[in-house]
Ligand binder design. Structure first.
Ligand SMILES: Cc1cc2nc3c(=O)[nH]c(=O)nc-3n(C[C@H](O)[C@H](O)[C@H](O)COP(=O)(O)OP(=O)(O)OC[C@H]3O[C@@H](n4cnc5c(N)ncnc54)[C@H](O)[C@@H]3O)c2cc1C
Length: 507
């Protein structure tokens, strides 16, 4: 008998989403992540929960429709991590015509199954606040809705949901070898320690590493089905005062987003470059920064340059190539490959996908696997569409009320801090602060309001092990930490990890 029903290689959004869905259906699940949760592509996205306006141009209507309908499902499931965002689309004479843009947006609205998100409207950029930071030649525009997410925390929320339903979440655990008979036997390397686990079904959800895992771990014959593309983002000090985002048409027919980020910054992205090699080694280049600044400088009155960049990151998209589509159309859709040879344990491989469609992907994956598990289990039912993620059990527009309640309950926190905590933990903020009555009860303040109590919570409940896990994936406080402050946090976490009671017990 196998240790687990299901093992999943890859702790990105797709692996974590499948783990939660499967565990919630009663399967015994283990999720294996070689590094930290969301350390791959799932923390390096543009963070949009969207249909992808520009995919309409390539006729990817069903992909766009499916993704659009997920916006409000996910917004309701995680209103702390996902928020509606209005996008301003300036009409540029050299870009797509007004008619094309208007028709595209009309279609986007019509197929979008909106109940919460407002529809498209035209903008007079001469009078509207959104026109103020833009160059004077830009006089007309449109405004439409999509959503913005904390991508890395969305992964963690799914992992928490999975763990609470009984899944084992093993981070810093690399699957190095998989042997197949009527069950799978996996060899794991967890920081030098070798472990063996067995399971009935295996899922390869290793994102851009999916072919590498197939060839080196599963030892399957090479059949590259993925094209890897690198996309980079830059973060600069806030470019404008209002809370809407911009979608800008670049000269090469692509689009670049400028998005309000972490209150004081603007997130700008993305590029699209062919990539080969280890996705972990992807970094933004000077040429990409120049490209992104160039697009911004073509639209905004205030110029930005490489010297303004406070943070940059790159991620690698895994685009599934089925040989029938043009490179632009090798869109952001996913494919599930099921390999079930007689007498051998089944293997499901996830190719491609978007942050936006992870929940549907997980649901579909489990539908494909239903045949391998006894019918008596209640697990054949889709359940995630109406079930809040951990911390998300409140109404979709309830963040301001939760912040107000947090301020009443912990008046010593101050508004920005209360808001940050509510946005990160939703209704679970109580667990993080654990009945603190004074600021001192939260212990050391490392910088920017990150306290020892919060770090301890992240280590105990969210698999955080290093300063970077805390500063770049459980939060984006890395934007506000100096090297010295980061080193102090790393030191605290190392000692807490070793069980030094001075670092583990609340003061
Ligand atoms: C620049 C860019 C912008 C994007 N923007 C958006 C957007 O705005 N909206 C949207 O919907 N989508 C967006 N996407 C797509 C989205 O980010 C991805 O589809 C999604 O993050 C993929 O998740 P994943 O779980 O498949 O892969 P990953 O997040 O990469 O996870 C795979 C994991 O597998 C682990 N792994 C690999 N090998 C092993 C092993 N042997 N053992 C254990 N673990 C292993 C890796 O460490 C990694 O963490 C964007 C992508 C890019 C690159």
């Amino acid at each position: 008998m196998a240790d687990f029903d299901l093992a999943i290689i890859g702790g990105g959004i797709n692996g974590a989403g499948i783990a939660r869905d499967a565990a919630g259906r009663g399967l015994k699940v283990v999720l294996l992540e070689q590094n930290d949760l969301a350390s791959g592509t799932s923390s390096a996205s543009s963070k949009l929960i969207h249909g992808g306006l520009r995919y309409l141009e390539h006729g990817a209507l069903s992909l766009v429709r499916a993704a659009l309908s997920e916006r409000e499902v996910l917004l309701r499931a995680a209103p702390h991590l996902i928020r509606p965002l209005r996008f301003v689309l300036p009409v540029e004479r050299s870009g797509r015509s007004r008619l094309v843009l208007r028709l595209g947006l009309l279609l986007y609205d019509v197929i979008g199954r909106r109940k919460i998100l407002p529809g498209t409207r035209s903008l007079d950029l001469i009078t509207d606040e959104a026109g103020q930071p833009l160059k004077r030649r830009l006089q007309r525009g449109y405004e439409y809705s999509d959503c913005f997410a904390d991508d890395a925390r969305l992964v963690v929320a799914n992992a928490i949901g999975a763990a609470e339903a009984g899944a084992s979440i093993l981070t810093r655990t690399r699957c190095t070898r998989a042997d197949r008979s009527d069950i799978w036997q996996l060899i794991l390397n967890s920081r030098g320690r070798r472990d063996v686990v067995t399971e009935r079904v295996l899922i390869n959800a290793a994102g851009p590493w999916v072919d590498t895992v197939a060839e080196t771990v599963l030892r399957q014959a090479p059949r590259r089905r993925l094209r890897l593309d690198k996309g980079s983002h830059i973060v600069v000090p806030r470019l404008y005062d209002h809370d809407r985002a911009y979608i800008l048409q670049a000269g090469d027919n692509r689009v670049v987003f400028a998005i309000p980020f972490q209150n004081d910054f603007t997130l700008i992205g993305t590029t699209d470059r062919n990539f080969s090699g280890d996705p972990a080694a992807a970094v933004p280049t000077g040429e990409e920064t120049e490209y992104l600044c160039g697009v911004i400088n073509n639209y905004f009155r205030t110029a930005v340059g490489a010297a303004d960049v406070v943070w940059a990151f790159a991620g690698v998209r895994a685009l599934h190539e089925d040989g029938t589509r043009s490179p632009q159309d090798i869109g952001r859709d996913y494919t599930l490959g099921l390999d079930k040879q007689f007498g051998e344990a089944p293997l499901l491989t996830v190719y491609g996908g978007k942050l936006t469609t992870y929940r549907r992907l997980a649901d579909e994956a489990l539908g494909r696997l239903a045949q391998f598990f006894p019918r008596s289990q209640s697990w054949s039912h889709s359940w995630t569409a109406n079930s809040p993620l951990p911390g998300g059990d409140f109404v979709y527009d309830g963040v301001p009320a939760l912040v107000a309640r947090a301020q009443q309950r912990w008046p010593f926190l101050g508004r920005p801090q209360s808001e940050r905590l509510v946005r990160a933990y939703g209704t679970r903020v109580e667990k993080v602060l654990q009945g603190a009555a004074r600021l001192e009860d939260l212990g050391e303040n490392f910088a920017a309001g990150l306290t020892a109590a919060e770090v301890r919570y992240l280590m105990a409940n969210e698999w955080a092990q290093t300063a970077d896990d805390v500063l770049w994936r459980r939060s984006k406080l890395g934007l506000r930490f100096s090297q010295k402050e980061r080193a102090a946090l790393e030191c605290f976490m190392t000692l807490a990890d070793k069980g030094d009671s001075r670092y583990n017990d609340p003061p």
